[in-house]
Design a protein around this ligand. Structure first.
Ligand SMILES: [Zn+2]
Length: 345
């Protein structure tokens, strides 16, 4: 059987290759890909190959249906039974590698930008058959936000009365907003320069929005918090200017989480005296996720559904496999939110 794999063969050049689908061994699974989100990390690799992966079969936010199973594969990471026809998502492989970010020809069919995909032995697989496709596509980015929230809970107790700023409302920031909402936080302020993303933030839980293009965002946040400042800030922009501004939103004894971007944008400044010492600010950072965050992510997304928050609104654009260059260009244009590949075969 032939399959199709979208391969980044050069910078800004994805080609669809028709290749025989590999035979699986007793510990592997073959999955028919149903969909996969395009991530900022993919775009970063697409533009200039900073990870030296070319040629690479990209796509790490995918989901699909098990079509073949090795006889030794029985359960998912949580112990739930797996069978042919089940819908899955997948975290890292046993060696810690991320599917869709493994360079070289030998990893063709190890990325989700394909119509079939091989899951290697002992990978962190989750059976999510009860979830609709559009929510399954969002599980991986939701795991990133769940990790940021878990790290933040180590330094701050979120309460109904907490005021929380989420600066940067791309897919991760939007997830954090919905998470704050489902946790019962009643004052959630979204800060960004993109008006349509701020509109979306409101639809999924933000109680107020601040457009940085409208003037002094720090003054605006102060005004929205009765002159006090916010209790907690999630810094979800990759911008160093944003990182420097984030401290200024805080009240005394507040907390801040610098949410990890897979891109080094350089140094940012802060004032140790006024930003950290005097207000006794608590600080944490977050980087990617651990398997437990995927469990949280699936429960969080189920909870949004139960609460009537439509997270599928984050998916703004859908492309077939042979239009991955267009999908990357759309992501780079910044005019969509979550750009997605769906396998329409
Ligand atoms: Zn990603």
């Amino acid at each position: 059987m032939d399959g199709k794999v979208a391969v980044l063969t050069g910078t800004k050049k994805i080609e669809v290759k028709k290749l025989p689908v590999p035979e699986i061994n007793d510990d592997e699974m073959l999955v028919k890909v149903e969909g996969c989100g395009v991530c900022g990390t993919d775009v970063f690799e697409y533009k200039s190959d900073p990870f030296n992966y070319i040629p690479v079969n990209l796509g790490h936010e995918g989901t699909g249906e098990i079509v073949k199973m090795g006889k030794n594969v029985k359960n998912d990471w949580t112990g739930k039974t797996l069978k042919i026809g089940d819908k899955i998502v997948c975290g890292p492989a046993a060696n810690g590698d991320i599917y869709g970010l493994m360079g070289g020809e030998k990893h063709y069919f190890n990325g989700w930008l394909a119509n079939y995909m091989v899951i290697n032995p002992n990978s962190v697989v989750f059976n999510v058959s009860d979830m609709p496709l559009d929510l399954r596509i969002l599980i991986e980015p939701a795991a990133v936000s769940c990790h940021a929230v878990a790290k933040s809970k180590e330094i701050y107790t979120f309460k109904h009365s907490s005021s929380v700023v989420v600066q940067g409302v791309g897919p991760i920031g939007l997830m954090v907003i919905a998470q704050m909402k489902t946790l019962g936080v009643r004052h959630i302020i979204a800060v960004d320069g993109n008006a349509s993303r701020l509109e979306l933030a409101k639809k999924i839980g933000a109680t107020a929005t601040v457009n940085i293009d409208d003037g002094d965002s720090v003054a605006a946040v102060k005004e929205l918090t009765d002159g006090k400042g916010a209790n907690f800030v999630f810094q979800c922009t990759g911008s160093t200017k944003g990182a420097s501004t984030a401290w200024k939103f805080l009240t005394d004894h507040g907390g801040i989480c610098e949410v990890g971007f897979f891109v080094d944008n350089g140094e940012a400044t802060y004032n140790p005296h006024f930003d950290v010492c005097m207000p006794e600010t608590k600080i944490t950072g977050s980087w990617a996720y651990v398997p437990e965050d995927w469990v949280e992510a699936t429960e969080f997304l189920r909870e949004t559904k139960d609460e009537g928050l439509d997270m599928t609104q984050l998916i703004t654009n859908v492309y077939p496999l042979d239009q991955m260059n267009e999908a990357m260009a759309k992501n780079m244009s910044g005019t969509g939110v979550k750009i997605v590949y769906k396998n329409n075969q």
